[in-house]
Design a protein around this ligand. Structure first.
Ligand code: IPM
Ligand code: MG
Length: 348
């Protein structure tokens, strides 16, 4: 039976980079069928909702989801429930995709593209394991008025112990496949949510005596990531901290256009997306770097379809193209999205 891949290109540069990733998957001649559906602002325009029932249904039927990006300032005026971002948040929640793997490493040749000094940039090779269906993202939200009549906004930060334990296990297991070092990032000096997080991570660590566990406050982690990123192997952290630290890690590794991600749940089905957003300012111009989307396709093969060998081939091909000097604008070059994809396909 062929594997069903749901392709959800979304907004901005999403369609361009997703098309590039699909081209790479098609070139490998695996037993895949692709079915496309609108999501985000595109879906709002055509179906009145950022995550239409038919799109969610396709995602549920699929073996894996290849996702582009959502969001455009055009929709900022809409009520929150109808904004494009709700599509990705809704997919994560509805499909139970609680574990987000965001690997960041520097491809040889990109030392100069990094925001860090080349000799420091060269050491970055880490995975951020970000919790994806809890935290302040999904806690109760409300607006109100203070006793003095001032407008007030509220977002509840919360985790229960089961949510922390299951993401901690993903962190420990990921560390086992790498250098065996796990750094749990929290803000336990200030936040009760974080103290629970830390307590539970320590309890779970008893199951993984072979993994070296450390803890770091998020402010220090942000500083350490630019000072000495090589000290990190696997980072496990909550939804909000992981969102911020992964954007930071991307610039350390050369460009936000290079970082893929996998959102995984209890089943094999996962959602794969570049960590960059929709970048409406460069949409439709063929300027977007397709690497993050292409590397996301590699993660899709490895994590949802158990096809590690073609996944490795894709990653090697991207590495070779980069080493040969292929560069999109974000990396200081002038290749278009399609030309960059051609260079990767040529080495595949
Ligand atoms: C990400 C994005 C999303 C997030 C947005 C688009 C809702 O920034 O995947 O990192 O905050 O999770
Ligand atoms: Mg983000």
């Amino acid at each position: 039976m062929p594997h069903l891949i749901a392709v959800l290109p979304g907004d901005g540069i999403g369609p361009e980079v997703t098309a590039a990733a699909r081209r790479v998957l098609e070139t490998l001649e695996l037993d895949l069928v692709f079915e496309e559906a609108p999501v985000g602002g595109k879906a709002y325009d055509t179906a009145g909702h950022p995550l239409p029932v038919a799109t969610l249904d396709l995602a549920r039927r699929s073996d894996a989801i290849l996702f582009g990006a959502v969001g455009d300032t055009r929709y900022d005026g809409l009520e929150r429930a109808l904004r494009p971002e709700q599509a990705i948040l809704g997919l994560r929640k509805e499909l139970g995709l609680f574990a987000n793997l965001r690997p960041a490493r520097l491809f040889k040749g990109l030392e100069d593209a990094s925001a860090l000094r080349p000799e420091i940039a060269a050491t970055i090779d880490l995975v951020i394991v970000r919790e994806l269906t809890g935290d302040v993202y999904f806690g109760l939200k409300s607006r109100g008025t203070t006793a003095e009549g001032l407008r007030e906004g509220r977002d509840l930060m919360r985790y229960d112990e089961a949510e922390v334990a299951r993401i901690a296990r993903v962190g420990f297991q990921t560390a086992r496949t790498r250098q065996g070092r796990l750094c749990s990032v929290d803000k336990a000096n200030v936040l009760e949510t974080s103290q629970l997080w830390r307590d539970v991570v320590i309890e779970v660590s008893a199951e993984y005596p072979d993994v070296a566990l450390t803890h770091m406050y998020v402010d220090n982690a942000a500083m350490q990531m630019v000072r000495d990123p090589g000290q990190f192997d696997v980072i496990v952290t909550g939804n909000l901290f992981g969102d911020i630290l992964s954007d930071q890690a991307s610039m350390c590794a050369g460009s936000i256009g290079m970082l893929p991600s996998a959102a995984l749940g209890a089943t094999g089905r996962g959602l794969y997306e570049p960590i960059h957003g929709s970048a409406p300012d460069i949409a439709g111009q063929g300027k977007a770097n397709p690497c993050a989307a292409i590397l996301s396709a590699a993660m899709l093969l490895r994590h949802s379809l158990n096809l590690g060998e073609p996944a490795d081939r894709i990653e090697v091909a991207v590495g070779r193209a980069i080493a040969d000097g292929a560069r999109t604008a974000d990396l200081g070059g002038d290749l278009s999205t399609d030309a960059m994809t051609d260079r990767i396909l040529a080495t595949l």
